[in-house]
Design a protein around this ligand. Sequence first.
Ligand SMILES: [Zn+2]
Length: 473
Amino acid sequence: MNYEPIIGLEIHVQTKTKSKMFCGCSTDYFGSDPNTHTCPTCLGLPGALPVPNRHAIDLCVKIALALNCGIRTESKFDRKNYFYPDLPKGYQITQYDKPFGENGFVEYDVNGETKKVRITRVHQEEDTGKSLHNGTETLLDYNKSGVPLVEIVTEPDFRSGEEVSAFARRLRQILRYLDASDADMEKGQMRIEPNISVRTPGKKGLPDYKVEVKNIASISVLDKVVNLEVARQTASITKGNTPIQETRGLVDMSGKTVSQRTKETEMDYRYFPEPDIPPITFEEGVIEEVRKSLPELPQEKKHRYISSLGMEPDIAETIVQDHSTARFFEEAIRDIKDTAIIAETSKWMVGEFAMLEKEHPDHKCTPAHLAELATLVHEKKITRTTAKEVLEICFSEGMPPGTVIKQKGLEKVSDESELEGLVDKVLEANPQAIEDVKQNPNAVMFLVGQVMKESKGQADAQVLKKLLEEKIG
Ligand SMILES: [Zn+2]
């Protein structure tokens, strides 16, 4: 029987602020010595008063709006009470019943199909410290304590690991487009917790259990975790067991998990309003202003590229993945009207340009250079082989393609009289190849390649082919 996976996500995102959520300590703690970014507030010392970080709240609202949430005009912070060594004050300041954002949705693409996940809520809270278990002792580092954290909760709308990871990638892009977080998962800036259960075919409603997997810091691991967990639960049900409600932790990067705790009922956190922070109010006008300030997000951008620029979906997807790539591309095509040249530019952008950029991130090629190159190729002024060479020179020297071509004499050679000498030379050197062509006309491409080499990639392949065919007869 095929059981249907039912998956929801909780995602924690550290937002990009200079100081922590409720104190002035710097958030730039990555790689610093333990406990060097702390003060009485983020150490949870008695009597220290929290002061909310305005910029962090603005970023949370921005994220909520980008995820199509409604924003409350009145909101508040609450205390979530529990004991853990990395939470010295005995409670976390979070938002319970009045989160900043609620009832949103996000669209993302899987295998050429657009899917939609509902967003339950987006709220602001603070990060905890970090426990380092070192054999027999536990060390505590409070540098991370009090760093602004936005929690995003989705409805259980996902039906596969593929959907979950496609959404996670899109969400990470959105956070970066908004400049709300670097969402660097290796640095713990985005952590994902899937809630997974499986449903018997034909059944309606949600299963009466779910398995939560804690703190996943890689999208490829997330995909593996979901697939392994769905398989584990399916096997358990097939054997006649009922999976239990539990929390599991990651064992290693293969996606294997182990049970950490089983909870029959929801832990009682005895939430109550944070008495040291007054309620937060937003005016409608302010919310509208933030909404208007949102950039075009990757999903809309991709669909615009496809519908109004006629771009291939895979190329559009590759360009929108990175905000700076999309900006570079849009700058390049700003003054181009011809969609064929736009298409040529997009292909160079995701092909040679992307490859070279990986090797030389500090290159000198400008959007105008790329546009000029694509135009020259489109107008058949240079061959593709030459264009690659020109692009490399643009990268290292920052010279416009036109100038490179003139200086190096790289124009495409279509003139038959100029090419004839090279053709004769190659024919003379390859008598066997001539016989091959007589047997199989397609073998002429070998000779085309040989003459092309002689011309250093500058010959017009069409003209070459015609000349060779005429000469061989
Ligand atoms: Zn502090």
